[in-house]
Design a protein. Sequence first.
Lengths: 654, 210
Amino acid sequence: MDYLFLIGCSLFIIGAIASVLIQPVRKALSFFVLINTLAAAINLIFAIKRLIELPQVSNLFPVFPQYASMFRADGLALFFLLIITTAAIPTVISTYSYLKHYIHKETSVRVFIISFSLLLLFTQLLVFANHGIVFLVFWELMTLTAYLGMLLEKEKEEVQKGSFVFFTATHLATFFLYIFFFLLNDNCGSWLFSDFHISSASGTVFYLVCLFGFLGFGMKAGFMPMHFWLPWAHPIAPAALSAFLSGVIIKTGIYGIFRIIEFCSPLPVWMGLVILTVSLFSAVFGVWYALAQHDIKELLAYHSIENIGIIGIGIGLGVIGITNSIQPLVWLGFGGALFHTFNHAIFKSLLFLGSGVICHNYKTRNIEKMGGIVHHAPWFVGFFLIGSIAISGIPPLNGFMSEFLIFKGFFNGAAALGEYYPLLMLLMTAGLAFVGGLALMCFTKINSIMFLGTERSRLDSFKVSRTDHTAMGILAFLCIFFGIFPQSILGIISSAVTLSRNELDMHPYAMFTRWEFLTVIFAGVLLIVMVMIIWKKFSTKQRISDAWGCGYTPQTPRMQYTASSYADEINSIASHTLQIKKHAILPKTMFPKKSNFVSHSEDFSEKRIAAPVYNYIVSKINSFDFLSKTDIRFYISLMLVIAVIYSIIAIIWP
Amino acid sequence: MENVLSILFCLTLLYLVITARLKTYVGILRAQGILLSVIIIFPFLRHLSVHILIIPLMSLIVKAVIIPRFINKIIIDLDVKRIIEPNIQPFNFLLLSVASMSVIFIMSHVLSGYTPIETIPFASAFSAIVIGLLLIIFREKLIVHVVGFLILENGIFLFGTSIAAEMPTIVELGALLDILVVVFLMGIAVNKISSTFTEQKVTVLGGLKD
């Protein structure tokens, strides 16, 4: 039992080494998929077992007792291990058919295989790190392996650019984290997470620690003003990696935020309110930006920001609950956030894997060029639809369940806290509902444009391999399962929330809703819907005509409704923030001439915040250009001069 | 005895500053290698063992035999001009070196009041570092740069022995290996670029900039 995690981790390493040695590359790929699925399954079993048994904190690697204090398996870490492995299994399975395309094209996939298996390993070790420096090392390794994995199609210019943005943004985040950990170490005199504790009594340092922690982890998670790297990095990564990136890696930022709450307790109330506001902002504008995109992967990347916002709202609720010591609110906020983190890992992986299949067949990511996929691959479309319903938060799927917990938290908070809270909670409820509405709009847009209608560009065949079906099927099943039986995981979440807060008695709040009623109702609704579908299929006569023909006979695919026209009405409300640019060449005469229309949306924070700051820094650095010489002797004399100056200062210093 | 050897080490540094012949540079490298090996063996003379002898022996072989031989080989292979053209008056250079060395010696004497260091080995080590750097700054030939880096490294080697009684064996061996590899790499690099840059001077390397 104790050796499970060690075995799992060593299997990842074996997988990485073997994929270098095994010839030919096709066999290496099969081996990689098999062994990594196995390893992830072992670690998944480990996580579930530990979470159910509610053990005392114990050594992860029994073979190396000297490193016992470096790693710690508490409830939060185990829960994130559960998320990582749950998302890892389907993504690894899906790489099999995805990478085969590249092997056909004779692209070198070995680097991707190695970096992906190491990425899986490092992400798992990261959440167990109990030592500031160990954490930073794994954080860095995780970034590097993700970056190397992104470079699968390194000859494309957008890949080079996007991976560079990812690299710089995550290193900026790492820089903030260095300051965060150094300040904590300075204040607590230890590097161990279990010794980190700082309270607002220590004054400015407390606020600095919080600031840098939230900046660093928030940047990784993709909260709104710091999200600009996500729409760059996700579209260019290979499908399996972008699924893992969006499903898991940005969640390490959420993990970090939970740790901040653990280290810096209690957070003042206003910080909880700030978290709530920023999160609501991220959620609303994340989904609104998503609505304005035509690029399927960029759209999904913006949806990640939306979901991170929803998770953040849960965290904010929990923080308010802690400071006002209202336990149900703490549980509903943190529990909802953790549950949504888990759910998002499932349905976002599903959607990204689906988008990978689509992009492979169409060789483009522009949804305006797709259409009628449902006629080629009904099962595939069904799975994608399940993911879409789940992410929009529609019952009876899992996305609804986690949002339900957060909504319940709003009502609970409004009831338990007086003052201005009822009004605030009302606003938050409306905001979250609005987010759900926009998400629904966005997913009706992509589902109807991509899957329904007639083909906008010629497509001979739409291939979905068996492994893709398997991977997406597993995820779709999980979406339904946790929608109907949320009680199966709520106990685990409850122990994760309590264990991470060092409270040994479990809160009974997990069970204070009669979940079995929901199960019965949802299962019944699902059954009725299925019966209706079958009944409709066999009873009524079907009229066969062009999709959306509307009685117009000589129809061409170009006459169909487009995604941007569908979303235009709502986008025009926030057109200034969304930076929607329209370029049209329209005929001025009454006779038809050649005309065209292009619209695209630019990211506000990238264009107005990140890019100006970056350009300013670059221009300032360029003004030191005179120091750049080609002669090495110049640099060495510079070093010597500076060393002398430092020594003089050191000597005359009192 | 250590102090005497350290002073000897400093004298080789001064000789290095005024000489203009490549042969002398190599010879001095060899002499310094032998001196260093003797210096690090001194504290352990009472209780010698095979384990302790590893490092002096290795450094003797690497610093006094392999590296000088390799540099000689490069000089002969590439037919480098055997005399360097100084771009600073030898006397001025000597004056600068002596001045910096005296500052270092005085400072180490002051420092020895606060921290437990052996003044003379410490100061000699420091001088070697500074003079290695000065050599790189004031000489243009690539091969002299290699020598300058090696002198710098000799200084660091001596530094370690003057601060702690013994550095961990593995660290010392690692450093030795590093130096060996660096010298080989530089030799190969100099060899490769010899067809384009016949002069072997750093000033022309700016042409490699893109």
